[in-house]
Design a protein around this ligand. Structure first.
Ligand code: HEM
Ligand SMILES: *[C@@H]1O[C@H](CO)[C@@H](O)[C@H](O)[C@H]1NC(C)=O
Ligand SMILES: *[C@@H]1O[C@H](CO)[C@@H](O)[C@H](O)[C@H]1NC(C)=O
Ligand SMILES: *[C@@H]1O[C@H](CO)[C@@H](O)[C@H](O)[C@H]1NC(C)=O
Length: 424
């Protein structure tokens, strides 16, 4: 049995080298056992200071993970040669509570310096936001690395506008391997938090260019919104996303059923046939919503840089982070299905090689034969899974036409900041 030990070590080593980052629960149990309780404690403090802040932090997971994977790129400020994501169309004057993440980072640095990534902080904090406001609690997978770079353009191209309809959202989430049910459940995140009048002005006064409000709005609710957001309003004024904005519950779905969804992208989930059944189900069965939501958040947290390689590679070379270069090389432009296939293939091949080696080694009573067969298996596996072979790219990602970005309501500030950079 003892020859199995070196196998296991070799196997684990190879697994780590080839996949780069493996996410798993209790990743910091040795290096920073207090990590999860520190994060929860800081989130509690933040919630006491301002109830809304935990919702704002939870939103960061969505905006981080959808844009080149969960790598904390959303937290990076602009630099002279990089336009960060903070000022992207969906984020500018909208994403907030970055200081909560800073506080968490500070507390973690004190307890265990240079150990916990910001990408993992966002994931833990989002889970805590939900658990602390009455929603489900779940185990998070950890072990993410932080990105050195961010892409405003990618954020602009990917993040959905509040005008989006259900069909569009279904297609968008599908690109990230998220099902219709995942999408509807994840939209239930809007059970906590607020949105600006800016995000609904078109809906109240000129839905689809009709010059009229969205007919799906329940009249009394529409009057309420008209009052909150009159045409002359400061569009930074905010209103609650559902009737119970500091409690994570299924009220959001009940509101959608009665035509009281705040955003167009919310209400469309009930007006559309493809998603209505899920909205109904979640509005009647909170436990089912909680299950689906936790599952969706874990899947969202699993997103790793899908096409980041091309952008990251050059930045990583400049910054010379060897593990990152390797990851960039391995994963460059490989599609999601390809990445999954690679991981499965690698595991299967290594197990087969191990089994064959042990059986033959045992039969021939030769340790050398066993090691040789296994080494051969490892070489073969490497040849099959390390290069980015064409058959890993049979499902190319179809990214949004950049013109989609035009459909986002565009604050002037974005244009101003772009000008500033193009002048230099
Ligand atoms: C399905 C597509 C989605 C669309 C179109 C969308 C859009 C929006 C918009 C427009 C706002 C208000 C922004 C503002 O007015 O400043 C908002 C707020 C929010 N979103 Fe989403 N969102 C989506 C999915 C998600 C997901 C998947 C999550 C989390 C997992 C999330 C979490 C939040 C939270 C918590 C808020 C409130 C933030 C606060 O109070 O600061 N959203 N979303
Ligand atoms: C949904 O939105 C997309 C893109 O914005 C548009 O092409 C499509 O016609 C819309 N579908 C419906 C049913 O309104
Ligand atoms: C409504 O939207 C349409 C198309 O986007 C635009 O042409 C029209 O001027 C808008 N009407 C008002 C009152 O803003
Ligand atoms: C909201 O506030 C920000 C910062 O104070 C300002 O730059 C922006 O123009 C305001 N946006 C709107 C839509 O009024």
């Amino acid at each position: 049995m003892s020859p199995l030990v070196p196998h296991l070590i070799l196997y684990l080593l190879l697994l780590t080298v080839v996949t780069g980052e493996i996410l798993r629960p209790r990743f910091y149990s040795e290096t920073c056992p207090e990590a999860e309780s520190i994060v929860r404690n800081e989130m509690k403090k933040a919630m006491i200071r301002e109830a809304r802040s935990v919702a704002s932090v939870m939103r960061l997971q969505f905006h981080d993970c959808f844009v080149n994977g969960c790598d904390a790129s959303v937290l990076l400020d602009d630099t002279p040669n990089m336009l960060g994501e903070k000022l992207a169309l969906s984020n500018i004057n909208s994403l907030r509570s970055f200081e909560v993440v800073d506080d968490i980072k500070e507390a973690l640095e004190k307890a265990c310096p240079a150990t916990v990534s910001c990408a993992d902080i966002v994931i833990m904090a989002s889970r805590d936001a939900v658990a602390l406001t009455g929603g489900p609690d779940w185990e998070v997978k950890l072990g993410r690395k932080d990105s050195f770079t961010a892409s405003q353009k990618d954020s602009d191209d990917i993040m959905p506008s509040p005008r989006a309809n259900a069909t569009f959202l279904i297609d968008l989430f599908k690109r990230f391997d998220l099902s219709v049910k995942d999408m509807v459940a994840l939209s239930g995140s809007h059970s906590i938090g607020q949105a600006r009048c800016f995000s609904i002005m078109f809906r109240l006064y000129n839905q689809s260019g009709s010059g009229k409000p969205d007919p799906a709005l329940e009249p009394a609710y529409r009057q309420k919104l008209d009052k909150l957001c009159p045409l002359s309003v400061d569009q930074n004024v905010t209103g609650p996303l559902d009737a119970t904005p500091v409690v994570f519950d299924n009220q959001y779905f009940k509101d959608l059923v009665s035509g009281r969804g705040f955003l167009n992208s919310d209400q469309t989930l009930y007006t559309s046939r493809e998603t209505r059944e899920y909205v109904k189900m979640f509005s009647e069965d909170q436990a089912e919503f909680f299950r689906a939501f936790a599952e969706g958040m874990v899947k969202l947290g699993d997103l790793q840089s899908g096409r980041g390689g091309e952008i990251r590679l050059e930045n990583f070379e400049v910054r010379s982070d060897p593990s990152a270069v390797e990851l960039g090389f391995l994963r460059i432009e490989m599609d999601w299905q390809g990445q999954k296939l690679v991981e499965q293939l690698m595991q299967i091949l290594l197990v087969i090689a191990g089994v064959v080696a042990v059986v033959v080694g045992y039969a021939t009573e030769s340790f050398r034969t066993m090691m040789l067969i296994y080494a051969g298996g490892v070489v073969l596996t490497t040849l099959i899974t390390v290069p980015n072979w064409p058959f890993y790219n049979l499902h190319p990602l179809k990214w949004l036409d950049p013109s989609e970005a035009e459909k986002h309501p565009k604050p002037e500030v974005v244009v101003a900041s772009k000008k500033k950079f193009s002048k230099k």
